[in-house]
Design a binder for this molecule. Structure first.
Ligand SMILES: [Zn+2]
Length: 354
């Protein structure tokens, strides 16, 4: 009798352990959300591939320095949202024109409310705050500037999440040859205006992070989603400490897979433990952008290959290589329930849509 029980438990255990992990083949059958995508094209070609791979898309509008562009991207995402209400969501943004005029904050709040009425569910701020915009006295505007207080208080009160890409990867302050992720090497080689190593007169990495944290301390009720692993991509230990300090914050992984890959290559268990411990606060995202004019076939291929590579990394323990880093690393093989959270449940909880 005892013998039969033993076999029974072994049988049940093996069933449970088999079912506790996804495989590569499960990719298209599991519901997923790309929490950090950009679409600037009303006749978007992204949805076709997203549907095939079982992805919903969340587009994050960005103020690159032109108010007209902000209005236009709001129109584009509004129209996509009415076309694909259950497959598409978006964050709006605001511009800094008129910053030095007294009505700036009132006008900005009205604009934000209008975009929320249109269908946006969050508001994005970008790295040009802290790295580019100056007031009438040529002083660089940082994210903890008191003039933002009314805006962020408004978002807190209304329960509208703030999406922040503030600062840059730490590598931005390093010389190209010291950067560990190849994507950083490429980006900063091609965008020297944002390569802060070349601009020592600008705030340091630490000053950018401190300004962001001071803003969060001023607004303890605000829901904050830190894009690109909250610019703390270089160390899961430092990111863990930051998440402990700001319980209303979560992070998306967009465009920082390379940083996760090299930390995994160096210490797989450490990255695995990080994902397990913070499984409710990590959102999958890619930062893929469609601006119109892309070749459909190669764009779809890029979407599919990026999504599939990251799926392999998160659900299997396959030995992998990637153009993002040098050397080999193993996938994390996260349990199903953690994978489901990272790909969909956390998004629904933090953004309150879908
Ligand atoms: Zn982005």
């Amino acid at each position: 009798m005892k013998f039969n029980y033993l076999y029974f438990f072994i049988f049940v255990f093996s069933l449970v352990s088999c079912n506790n992990f996804y495989s590569i083949e499960d990719f298209s059958s599991v519901e997923k959300i790309d929490a950090h995508f950009h679409i600037y094209n009303k006749a978007s070609i992204s949805f076709e591939q997203a549907k095939k791979d079982n992805f919903k898309l969340f587009s994050v509008n960005v103020y690159h320095g032109n108010c007209e562009e902000v209005i236009e991207s709001n129109q584009t995402t509004k129209s996509l949202n009415s076309k694909f209400p259950s497959e598409f969501g978006y964050a709006s943004t605001f511009c800094l024109d008129g910053w030095d005029k007294p009505a700036w904050d009132k006008n900005t709040i009205s604009w934000i409310d209008e975009t929320i009425k249109d269908g946006a569910v969050a508001v994005k701020v970008w790295k040009n705050i802290g790295m580019e915009f100056r007031d009438k006295d040529s002083v660089l505007i940082m994210i903890d500037d008191p003039q933002f207080d009314a805006i962020f208080t408004h978002l807190s009160k209304k329960g509208i999440p703030l999406v922040g890409h503030l600062g840059e990867p730490k590598a931005c302050w390093q010389p190209i040859e010291e950067m560990k992720a190849n994507n950083n090497k490429n980006y900063f080689t091609n965008n020297p205006q944002y390569h802060m190593y070349l601009h020592p007169d600008y705030p340091s990495y630490e000053e950018q992070m401190e300004a962001r944290d001071r803003m969060l301390k001023k607004n303890p009720e605000i829901t904050f989603i830190g894009c690109h692993l909250a610019s703390l991509e270089w160390s899961v230990d430092v990111l863990a400490d930051w998440l402990d300090r700001f319980p209303n914050a979560s992070v998306d992984m967009a465009a920082r897979m390379g940083d996760l890959f090299y930390q995994t290559r160096d210490d797989n268990n450490k990255v695995y433990d990080f994902f397990i411990k913070y499984q409710d606060r990590i959102l999958y995202g890619t930062d893929i952008g469609e601006s119109g004019g892309e070749n459909k076939e190669s764009f779809h291929k890029r979407m599919h290959e990026t999504w599939l590579r990251d799926w392999e990394y998160l659900v299997t323990d396959n030995k992998m290589t990637s153009h993002l880093i040098d050397g080999e690393f193993s996938g994390l093989k996260l349990p199903k329930e953690v994978v489901d959270k990272i790909y969909a449940e956390n998004f629904k909880k933090w953004y309150k849509i879908f």
